[in-house]
Design a protein around this ligand. Structure first.
Ligand code: ADP
Ligand code: MG
Length: 224
């Protein structure tokens, strides 16, 4: 599903260049569930953003679902993101003035699905996540775990092939974290490939394989 070879990425900060990814190789098979660990600043989010076609890379090769991801214009990149990828973030990234149902339905708005239809589909996904009764609540009326379930439902509504999650349990207590991980497991069982960045060992241990990034390089791969 995902194949990257010798990926390099530097950021320019004024006169200085910061070499963040220093030659990453990674293969993720369709249906796999892997975690990425590493110290703060080691390049985990940078890697995830490249995998999510949210950021570009300087050198190397990235193939996603058979498509070479290099110098895509924004329209093509957005198309691929829409068709292939779902995102889950630590901070949920919900729109504060839209209710849970409307947040989940948002990706379908961008696919020009009519409001009534997209809201109905959103309700189905909220139901799958066990929070249908919260459909008409605003994000600030939801607990952290409920917000993350809304965000996961929003990631699923376009039926992505791959879910990219950047510290999805980073803002949750440990019990809620494990519940959210259980749900991510269920989603993975339905065949969706999953890549989860985390710095929690018990979260990583629930994935099939953990990749450790140290200072921009993969230094360890452990089967869990
Ligand atoms: P991690 O997610 O592992 O904590 P990141 O990938 O976010 O690390 O960041 C790696 C390094 O790149 C850090 O030193 C960070 O400050 C730097 N960095 C990340 N994004 C940018 C950016 N857009 N511009 C400049 N530097 C960045
Ligand atoms: Mg990060």
């Amino acid at each position: 599903m995902i194949s990257i070879r010798n990926i390099h990425k530097s950021y320019l900060n004024g006169q200085n260049s910061l070499h963040v990814l220093k030659g990453i190789d990674l293969d993720v098979a369709a249906g796999d569930m892997i975690s990425v660990m590493g110290a703060s600043g080691s390049g985990k989010s940078t890697l995830l953003n490249i995998l999510g076609i949210l950021d570009t890379y300087d050198q190397g090769e990235y193939i996603l679902g058979g498509v070479k991801i290099k110098r895509l214009n924004e329209r093509k990149a957005a198309q691929l993101r829409n068709r292939m990828l779902g995102f889950v973030f630590q901070s949920f990234n919900l729109i504060s003035f839209k209710n849970a149902m409307e947040n989940v339905a948002m990706p379908l708005y961008y696919q020009h699905v009519k409001r009534k239809k997209r809201n109905l589909i959103a309700l189905e996904y909220l139901d799958k996540m066990g929070i249908r009764e919260w459909a008409h609540h605003l994000p600030n009326e939801l607990s952290g775990g409920q917000k993350q379930r809304v965000a996961i439902a929003r990631a699923l509504i376009t039926q992505p092939k791959v879910i990219l999650a950047d510290e999805p349990t980073g803002a949750l207590d440990s019990v809620t974290s494990l519940e959210v991980m259980d749900q991510l497991h269920e989603i993975n069982k339905s065949g969706i490939t999953m890549i989860i960045v985390t710095h929690e060992h018990d979260i990583a241990a629930r994935t099939r394989k953990t990749i450790r990034i140290t200072d921009g390089l993969i230094t360890d791969i452990v089967e869990n």
